[in-house]
Design a protein around this ligand. Sequence first.
Ligand code: CO
Ligand code: CO
Length: 328
Amino acid sequence: MGPAELVELLGSGFSSKPDQNVVVGLSAFDDAGVIRSPSGDLLVQTVDFFTPIVDDPYIYGAAAAANALSDVYAMGGDPLSALTIACLPIQQLPTEVLKEIFLGAQDKLQEAGCELLGGHTVQDKELKFGFSVTGIVSESTLMMKSKGKEGDVLVLTKGIGTGILATAAKRGVLSKDAETILHQSLVHLNRQASVLAKQFEVRCATDVTGFGLIGHCLDIAKQSKVGITLYAEQIPILPHAYELAKDTKNRAGGLYRNRLFVESKIHINFHDDSLLSLLFDPQTSGGLLLSVPSDRVNQLVQTLLENHEVAAMIGELTGSEIQIKIIR
Ligand code: CO
Ligand code: CO
């Protein structure tokens, strides 16, 4: 959960007077908070944890780490340290499984150059696992949802469909091949995409997670006070996800809530139920959604592709009315 979700949950009656050292606080509705330390460095802080999304404990641990780190990358930050949050059904959970979860997480944190300093565990009926991550960010390259400008091009750095694939896996109808694709996407770090985006003067970004691609597009639209046009054909979709999305049983409950939440702000000029469900599909450890100055976008996309990242130009920031047009 990001600060935005917290504020939404607490409602309008809750407000806080932030200290002058708060650079990005609750009211910014961003992916992580940013505070200036007494020495002048900007610290970026976030927390994220969730119930198992896959059966494989190693992949679950790695995905939880990649997902928590992602909010730091979405701010243009560099993760330094992590604390784990683990709610454990101690009686039912074999030590071997628990070890695998932590191994997966540790490997991913190491890949990110992020040190695990400690954490806290409690007993719980249902397993939950994740991290609070602290990083540093420089004021000049800080990426925020509010910094998008009309004319920017939207670039997405991972295919969508993790929710559909994970739901299919839980139902036992996911092929081995599709499962591998799901796992690879979940554990892939947004680090390189973030580093390159900063180099190419991207100052507006978010990561695609629980609200689905459209929900996170709407976040940028609202905070940057712009409209967004998406080109449906250019949106990258994980292999097998489109076919699986045709079966409504593979659509998670969150998908319908996401759709209801944004319905009044979207305009669609085609009928493709499977594609639409993917646009609302809640993602775990999804890609970065980058709002890129139009004169830098070709170079950035080319560089991302050369570095084996996904980089799809999926739309643009258009006009000042906060809405999303999806066309094909
Ligand atoms: Co988050
Ligand atoms: Co986020």
